[in-house]
Design a protein around this ligand. Structure first.
Ligand code: CP
Length: 320
């Protein structure tokens, strides 16, 4: 089956998932982002790569980091940015997602950045655009249900490459609610493709998908054993909004076993970095001393997110 993210020449036309993206494309996005990191440090931060283009931010689910950094990124590329206020849009009057898209296409949209609680919603839009012959309009998945969050996966891999330089000798642990995490899925696919030799999943059985071992990921239920000699620690939030029923005895019990405290962090390598996609829940999955400590790169991730999102939009718009 053809990859809906790529055209017949293997070029990126939508960014829907890190799954199935070739290593060359992932590396090209990271390399392009590196060129934009310099721009974000300049006094004049704008470049004209998306001048005259209209980017529509369609966030059907709450967001702080993703929505804002997409807006900053599009503006730094000189695009016109429109943030649809979903609560005040006609979706609240029963208009379907695809009818909304058709109307926005009539306003000459060039790119849709879509966050949706339903897994697959950005795919549905990309397929619809193809059916309608709108091959010049691009879709970027900004997080769909528990399925994928590709720009988060890319900014996480960018952060890892920035601090660790080379993927080929790393041990990376992803800790917590992997079952409901689109970030974990996007990270796993990107890191495997980029050549990380050891990926670990750490969490209680109720919060880990069953297929992890088949994907070559080492599974640990004991956090202390799983943290040993790790280079990179990616903490995850408990995705309470996606849980059906009680999967944990209590938040206190969870923090005791799977919260990242200074005592547990000692077990990782002395130069291990601590990451988290945000929003963080202090005292639930991470201790404040760790979140605010010298090993934390959580806020660096947010800053790199601007350059990575600039890179994705610039490449989709045909700038190489
Ligand atoms: N990491 C992330 O997706 O954060 P937001 O929900 O604030 O966008």
């Amino acid at each position: 089956m053809p990859n809906p993210q790529l055209n017949a020449n293997g070029e990126l036309i939508h960014l829907l998932s890190t799954e199935g993206l070739p290593r060359e494309i992932l590396t090209h996005i990271l390399d392009t982002a590196a060129t934009f990191v310099g721009i974000t440090d300049r006094e004049v931060k704008k470049v004209p790569l998306l001048r005259g283009k209209s980017v529509f931010n369609l966030f059907f689910e709450n967001s702080t980091r993703t929505r804002t950094t997409f807006e900053i990124a599009a503006k730094r590329l000189s695009a016109d940015v429109l943030n649809l206020d979903i609560t005040r849009s006609s979706t609240s009057k029963g208009e379907t997602l695809l009818d909304t898209i058709d109307n926005l296409c009539s306003m000459h949209a060039d790119m849709f950045v879509v966050r949706h609680a339903t897994s697959g919603a950005p795919y549905l839009i990309a397929e619809h655009l193809k059916r309608m012959g709108k091959h010049d309009i691009h879709v970027v998945n900004a997080g769909d249900g528990r399925h994928a969050h590709p720009t988060q996966g890319l900014l996480d891999t960018y952060t890892i490459r920035h601090f660790k330089r080379d993927f080929s000798s790393l041990t990376v642990a992803i800790i917590g609610d992997i079952l409901h995490s689109r970030v974990a899925r996007s990270n796993i696919h990107a890191l495997k493709t980029l050549g990380v030799p050891e990926l670990r999943a750490i969490g209680p059985q109720t919060l880990l998908p069953t297929r992890l071992s088949q994907m070559g990921i080492r599974v640990f239920h004991d956090m202390r054993a799983g943290l040993k000699d790790c280079d990179v620690i990616i903490m995850l939030r408990l995705q309470n909004e996606r849980m059906n029923g009680a999967l944990l005895p209590s938040v206190g019990e969870y923090f005791k076993h799977y919260g990242l405290s200074p005592e547990k962090l000692i077990l990782a390598k002395p130069d291990a970095i601590v990451m988290h996609p945000g929003p963080i829940n202090r005292g639930v999955e991470i201790d404040s001393e760790v979140a605010d400590g010298s090993r934390s790169v959580i806020l660096n991730q947010v800053t790199f997110g601007i350059a990575v999102r600039m890179a994705v939009m610039s490449i989709l718009a045909g700038n190489g």
